[in-house]
Design a protein around this ligand. Structure first.
Ligand SMILES: [Ca+2]
Length: 339
């Protein structure tokens, strides 16, 4: 009898450990979607990893101040069967110009006048403010549980830090911030940093949790092949990622994959895709370059991509981006109400 009880307890322990190991990464994506195509690839990767219960997308906040960014995120989320993911938008942001793929795909209609890619947000003004949404979503999460991936400018997250109680909220709720930002092998300005340099400088100096940077030098070595766009999405006529890629990118031209690498690390940090630098601090140098200063007490590290991992990283990104939506994901999500 006693032996049976021991076995039962052991089984429960093993099951409990497995359940713990399977806890999805609670993720907030902060993106300047529309300024490049890799933000769209990153969003697709999150959805495909949520299909595997490796991630749970809590919200998407946008740092591109253009009315078509939120509708495009909405139509991608809807395509993947998750139309209720909250979306927040920046106000008085740094890049306001139209982006071709977000505008065209948000407006594309069939002969009956219906959206080809359904979505409910018709314009940026339909979505809540990004900082308010970040506060609301973080407040609802367990302490130390949230990973934020910033693949645009630091506008939203710096504004969050500067809100009354904002830094404390981040400190309590966020366990990790992954950023596509900077360049850690060449002293060159990088777009996500210099576009809102004041915000980046503030963020790097004041963010209270560990930060992992995917520098420009990582994504430039991880190509997304145009050939894959032509071959891998033929299971549907209007795939929001493949269509966006074809609109954004000249025909036949591969595109580096900066933002996807930050998302991949954020959700799968232990798969050996990347190595990590020693700890340190990141500050801004001349012309908004990023300067890494080693410091055992620093809260920053940057990704290192070894040559023998490049093809592997490219392949996993291509697979996850092109994977068909899980049509049962809505019911699967409902079953995960314990979050
Ligand atoms: Ca981006």
């Amino acid at each position: 009898m006693r032996r049976s009880l021991v076995l039962i307890f052991m089984a429960l322990f093993v099951l409990g450990s497995a359940a713990q190991a399977a806890e999805p990464v609670r993720l907030i994506l902060d993106t300047d979607i529309g300024n490049d195509i890799d933000d769209a690839l990153a969003l697709a990767i999150i959805h495909s990893l949520e299909n595997r219960a490796e991630a749970r997308l809590l919200a998407v906040t946008i740092t591109k101040d253009n009315r078509w960014s939120a509708p495009y995120v909405d139509l991608v989320d809807t395509f993947y069967g998750r139309p209720d993911i909250p979306i927040g938008v920046v106000h008085k942001g740094k890049t306001r110009e139209d982006s071709n793929y977000t505008r065209m795909l948000s407006q594309r209609r069939d002969s009956s006048g219906n959206y080809v890619l359904p979505h409910r947000i018709a314009g940026g003004s339909d979505a809540p403010d990004a900082v308010s949404l970040l506060q609301r979503v973080l407040e609802q999460q367990p302490d130390g549980s949230v990973t934020i991936v910033q693949i645009g400018f630091s506008t939203n997250l710096t504004r969050l830090l500067k809100e009354a109680g904002g830094r404390e909220l981040v400190k309590h709720k966020v366990k990790l911030l992954c950023l596509m930002a900077g360049n850690f092998v060449r002293l060159e300005p990088e777009y996500n940093v210099y576009t809102d340099a004041d915000a980046a400088q503030y963020l790097f100096a004041n963010w209270p949790t560990p930060m992992i940077f995917s520098g420009f030098e990582i994504g430039e070595r991880v190509q997304y092949a145009y050939e894959n766009v032509l071959k891998d999405f033929n299971y549907t006529d209007n795939h929001p990622i493949a269509e966006a890629f074809k609109i954004f990118q000249p025909a036949g031209k591969d595109r580096p994959n900066w933002d996807s690498t930050a998302v991949l690390y954020a959700i799968r940090p232990d798969r050996g895709y990347f190595d990590l630098s020693e700890p340190g601090r990141v500050s801004l140098g001349p012309k908004h370059t990023t300067v890494f200063t080693p410091d055992p007490n620093g809260n920053c590290r940057y990704l290192i991509l070894k040559s023998d991992q490049i093809l592997r990283v490219e392949a996993v990104i291509e697979t996850l981006v092109s994977e068909p939506p899980l049509r049962t994901s809505l019911s699967a999500r409902t079953q995960q109400v314990a979050f």
